[in-house]
Design a protein around this ligand. Sequence first.
Ligand SMILES: NC(=O)c1ccc[n+]([C@@H]2O[C@H](COP(=O)([O-])OP(=O)(O)OC[C@H]3O[C@@H](n4cnc5c(N)ncnc54)[C@H](OP(=O)(O)O)[C@@H]3O)[C@@H](O)[C@H]2O)c1
Length: 306
Amino acid sequence: MLVLSSIIFNKEMRKKIRDGERESHFFTIFSLLRAYSTPTMLSLVTGANKGIGFETVRQLAISGVTVILTARDVKRGTDAVASLALPNVVFHQLDVQDDKSIHSLVSFIYERFGRLDILLSGQAMNVVQGVVKTSYHTAKQCLDTNYYGVKRVTGGLLPLLELSTYGGRIVNVSSLRSELRRIPSDEIRKELGDIETLTEQRIDKIVDKFFHDLKHDMLEANGWPMMLPAYSISKATLNAYTRVLAKKYPNMCINCVHPGYVDTDINWHTGTMTVEQGAKGSVMLALLPDGGPSGCYFDQTQVAEF
Ligand SMILES: NC(=O)c1ccc[n+]([C@@H]2O[C@H](COP(=O)([O-])OP(=O)(O)OC[C@H]3O[C@@H](n4cnc5c(N)ncnc54)[C@H](OP(=O)(O)O)[C@@H]3O)[C@@H](O)[C@H]2O)c1
């Protein structure tokens, strides 16, 4: 209780609330209350051996959540767990492109914990090399990791999230490259942004159309984003998928978040924010109280336009 009252009533917090950051702090306070009062909450973070995912694991674990840190490479993952030296962090291998690996992870969680409370998908393929010109192969890998990879893992873990006594939380780490205003084509923007008509099948069809146009060198002519095209579409479709899921599972809080421009390997450490700052939005959304927002896109800790 002492810890809680000092969190809630410290001077800095009171000043920030006065400064008008009420909504964000409401969620932060409830997130902390939730984490401290429910020490056995179980979270899984993908792509967590480094960068924002790694820091997210650290922040969740120090707030009392048991965390499964996953990485596709066993050595990188176990080294990451060892460097944290926190008793409530365990490792399991997960390559989101590999069905066998996903199956093994699902069995592990079911047998050891019987449920999952929070799924945080943070992995992404580093595609910054293809800023303007994306090769077909690189684009395939990118969408397979950032969009289909999230779908595969989420699909496998949803039955366990439905068993959560906390209601289930899903956080998909997106990017500001996902924002619809960056897509020149009215038609694609409208399709990806219309929650009334969006379905998983429709989103997959948009991905197919992207690959068709990429193959025939028609990206620009058909109004796809020309800055990081595959990465941008992988995140725009990820957001759309997040909204479809949120509609389908109204008892869970399912959101996506742009972490900010963060100093990590993905941008050759050109990011201006620290990983501690970059993980804040994900952690806040992972620990949302019941009845918190769902089906939303956050720019760090603030709700933003898709
Ligand atoms: N940093 C930024 O400024 C920024 C901005 C916007 C959005 N984001 C998003 O934030 C998230 C975290 O990125 P980051 O900046 O922390 O990048 P990062 O340090 O490069 O981390 C990316 C992580 O994804 C993992 N990964 C890649 N392919 C995988 C696969 N098939 N299966 C499982 N894991 C895989 C990587 O593992 P390996 O080590 O094995 O490669 C690594 O752990 C990403 O979704 C990214 O798109 C970052």
